[in-house]
Design a protein around this ligand. Sequence first.
Ligand code: T3D
Length: 262
Amino acid sequence: SEPLVLVSDQGAVRTFTLNRPQALNSFTAALHRELLAGLDAAAADATVRCVVLTGAGRGFCAGQDLNDEGMGQDGTPADVEGVVERHYKPLALRIRSMPVPVIAMVNGVAAGAGANIALGCDMVIAARSASFIQAFSKIGLVPDGGGTWLLPRLVGRARALGLAMTGDKLPAAEAAAMGMIWQCVDDAALLETTMALAQRLAGLSSKALAATRQVIDDAGGMDFDAALSLEARVQGAMSRGHDFAEGVAAFLQKRPAIFKDR
Ligand code: T3D
């Protein structure tokens, strides 16, 4: 049978394509397992220096498959808490702890946890025809997949609550305008724009990029003084690696740097 996640490499960029287009790539337990295993393998593979997450067909991901196990539709009691703990939490944490940058290439609608998994990636590029929907309120739930933490940080409390309470469809261009995502591009340019960015990031110091994500997230929960100390500590660690010496040498010699720390 068709894999639920397609995996392909272009140089040091590994692309994961959610592959349940008939259900807008909504998450089943089996899809979660395949995706998590794939991300684990990418994290352990030193040849991978950037990850791209996208969807097959016209959608990016419609969130939880509301027909799958744990949803209570098959006569068994719903275990929504278990599904979130067992699947969405590990996935969101896995993305957040990848040793390389993760780009969401949002090709179409991203709804519910599908929207928030995209927003938890390091950079989000969406096609103009794509949209983001905090669908939870429509089925009597609260945002998950990291949305409660991410949304107010990305767009502020007022917009986070507005989006989460209404569940209104937010077009990609508006998401970009309010700073929720990195970029909205014409549909025809989505793949090329994303791959060019991915190759650029793959050529930088993976270690420094992963540490950049970490310090930016960690500093958000600290006072200014503590954040400055964190910067000093992590800067120290970075400066002892190969890539800092290479980066400075390459700059002074006016040549491209060849980074390898990961
Ligand atoms: O365990 C837990 O529940 C906790 C975790 C929660 C996390 C969550 O993500 S909760 C939110 C779950 N997602 C949703 O509520 C979104 C449901 N989907 C939609 O509202 C719409 O499909 C969209 C707005 C995303 C897209 O609308 P549209 O008109 O472009 O497409 P469509 O016709 O609604 O969907 C196409 C097919 O995909 C359709 O199947 P069919 O009729 O062609 O056989 C539809 O049923 C299926 N589909 C879409 N979303 C889901 C789904 N099937 C199962 N689960 C879905 N979430």
